[in-house]
Design a protein around this ligand. Structure first.
Ligand code: NDP
Length: 283
């Protein structure tokens, strides 16, 4: 028989996790603060204190997690926390759980609820490797790409936030692009195939192995598109956006880095060199 599991938190994501556990024949119980629909095959608990020894926690914040778990005796429990936050919050929670006598894995879900259980759902875990291995058969029901990244419980959320940084930059760029074309009466629907092709064939490959190698090895020669060209191009975007009365603040930092790199004599290099400027700014 599969290990019984309790899901703590039946929000949009918690419901999907509980439903997937039940679908895969894990005896599943669940607790939620407010009365909400419980997925098929899942039994509602009246209090967190009734939890099974294995708990999957999916609440809105770490503060909420502390508040909710304070109502239970966690000695001998395994807490798998899939609540989003920062790497620092994850490390603090791991130390806190150890103090409560609980084994702890921190995780990050790189998927929306509708993707839970599908091969393309990525879930990252951090914490003791042997603990992950013992939980892995159960954790793999959540997604095909279930990975233990590190013993450091902060690493999954570090990856999560790094990927979200890409998401928010792309989202900002897409919204700006839609606002720009709208100045000529072009709808988002008319523009969509071109935006999609651009993201698929130009932006996606930017995260390919050549980019990673260039960054890791500091090898920035390019025969594709150099810093000179991009410094001019971003200038065109900034000027056209100002003409259209669109905000350009989010573009100016990148424009300044490109122009500084040109001034420093790196105009013929790939924009991969800009990472050096970014890390200098944070020093
Ligand atoms: P929801 O807002 O749907 O659910 C939030 C959950 O937290 C609910 O169970 C809610 O209970 C509970 N909660 C909030 N405040 C309190 C409190 N003070 N005391 C007790 N319980 C509380 O969010 P999601 O389910 O979408 O997200 C949950 C976590 O999963 C978040 O950390 C989120 O970042 C992460 N996640 C979500 C993704 C998504 O696409 N939805 C994707 C990847 C990660 P109640 O029902 O009573 O309000």
């Amino acid at each position: 028989m599969n290990t019984p599991v309790t899901v703590v938190g039946l929000g949009l994501m918690g419901k999907a996790l509980a439903a997937e556990l039940a679908r895969n024949d894990y005896p599943t119980t669940a607790w939620n603060r407010s009365v909400t629909e419980v997925p098929e095959g899942v039994t509602r608990l009246a209090s967190v204190a009734e939890s099974s020894p294995t708990m999957v926690v999916c609440l809105s914040t770490y503060e909420v997690m502390y508040e909710v778990l304070a109502t239970a005796d966690l000695r001998g429990h395994t807490v798998i926390n899939l609540t989003s936050g920062t790497p620092g919050e994850a490390r603090k929670a791991a130390a806190w759980a150890a103090g409560q006598g609980a084994a702890y894995l921190d995780g990050a879900i790189m998927a929306v609820p509708q993707m839970i259980g599908l091969p393309q759902a990525q879930l990252f875990y951090g914490g003791p490797a042997d603990l992950f291995e013992s939980c892995a058969p159960m954790l793999r029901v959540f997604g095909g790409a279930t990975v233990h990244l590190a013993e450091d419980p902060g690493v999954p959320l570090l990856y999560d936030l790094a990927l979200l940084a890409i998401l928010y930059a792309a989202g900002q760029g897409l919204a700006h692009a839609q606002a720009l074309v709208a100045t000529a009466g072009v709808s988002a629907t008319q523009f969509q195939p071109y935006a999609n092709a651009w993201l698929t064939h130009v932006i996606g490959p930017m995260a390919g192995p050549e980019n990673a190698r260039a960054v890791d090895e500091g090898e920035h020669a390019t025969d594709v598109s150099n810093i000179n060209t991009n410094a001019l191009a971003i200038g065109h975007v900034v000027r056209a956006s100002r003409d259209a009365a669109l905000p350009v603040d989010w573009l100016l930092a990148q424009q300044a880095r490109l122009e500084q790199a040109v001034a420093d004599g790196y105009g013929a290099d790939s924009p991969t060199r800009l990472l050096d400027y970014l890390t200098e700014e944070t020093r």
